[in-house]
Design a protein around this ligand. Structure first.
Ligand SMILES: CC(C)(COP(=O)(O)OP(=O)(O)OC[C@H]1O[C@@H](n2cnc3c(N)ncnc32)[C@H](O)[C@@H]1OP(=O)(O)O)[C@@H](O)C(=O)NCCC(=O)NCCS
Length: 183
């Protein structure tokens, strides 16, 4: 199990995030423009690891945050749920994410009576990947660099670099041509 090591600063940031920042609108005049960045600032100390500039959409839920690793300019889409505290999710550089994604980090031990315990499996969303709206990632998957996952897809197996994958279960439909990225 991954546990949060609480400090006073973290506790204050956590409360500010949960009670105020999480609910700030993204489209409200001058403030709205900055609310994703503000949420990023408050979440950074809570996360296991975080770059300086990250963006967190409205309504994102992640328990206490200790399972999340975010690289430079990574985004978490609005109303996304990161669920489970027995593994970590790494969100790579410049990852883009639509709304209402679900990132599931663990299964119940379903072979035991009463489902006792959990099995966690890390998830990696590699650099420059793009998840459409309502994508679900199941425990243990890796989304390759520059890969795209179509809206509403459920990813149960690894998606290779540059692939465009869609559906439930997500299958690779085609590959993007290699892109030249300006950082
Ligand atoms: C994945 C995506 C980018 C592909 O776009 P595209 O290259 O124009 O895809 P196409 O329309 O050529 O579709 C290719 C095939 O995949 C299927 N397909 C495309 N998107 C799909 C999806 N989300 N779920 C299931 N199947 C999908 C198409 O039906 C088509 O199937 P076929 O080969 O059997 O005819 C796009 O469909 C998508 O889902 N975009 C996400 C949009 C979004 O969520 N935006 C939020 C902003 S962050």
């Amino acid at each position: 199990m991954v546990t949060q090591t609480w400090t006073l600063k973290k506790a204050v940031y956590y409360l500010l995030y949960r009670l105020i920042a999480k609910h700030l609108p993204e489209d409200f005049g001058l403030i709205g423009k900055y609310s994703n960045n503000l949420r990023g600032i408050l979440c950074r100390p809570l996360f296991k690891e975080s770059a300086k500039i990250i963006r967190i959409g409205k309504g994102v839920d992640f328990d206490n945050g200790c399972t999340v690793i975010m690289k430079d300019h990574a985004n978490i889409g609005s109303y996304t749920l990161i669920d489970g505290n027995h593994a970590t999710v790494q969100i790579g550089k410049h990852v883009m994410m639509g709304k209402y994604c679900i990132i599931i980090l663990q299964n119940h031990k379903y072979r035991e009576d009463n489902y006792d315990g959990f099995v966690g499996k890390d998830i990696i969303i590699d650099d420059y990947a793009w998840l459409g709206h309502r994508v679900t990632l199941l425990p243990g998957v890796r989304i390759g660099k520059y890969a795209i996952v179509g809206a509403g897809s459920v990813v149960s197996k690894n998606i290779p670099n540059y692939a465009v994958a869609v559906g439930n279960p997500a299958i690779v439909k085609k590959f993007r041509k290699k892109v030249k990225v300006i950082e």
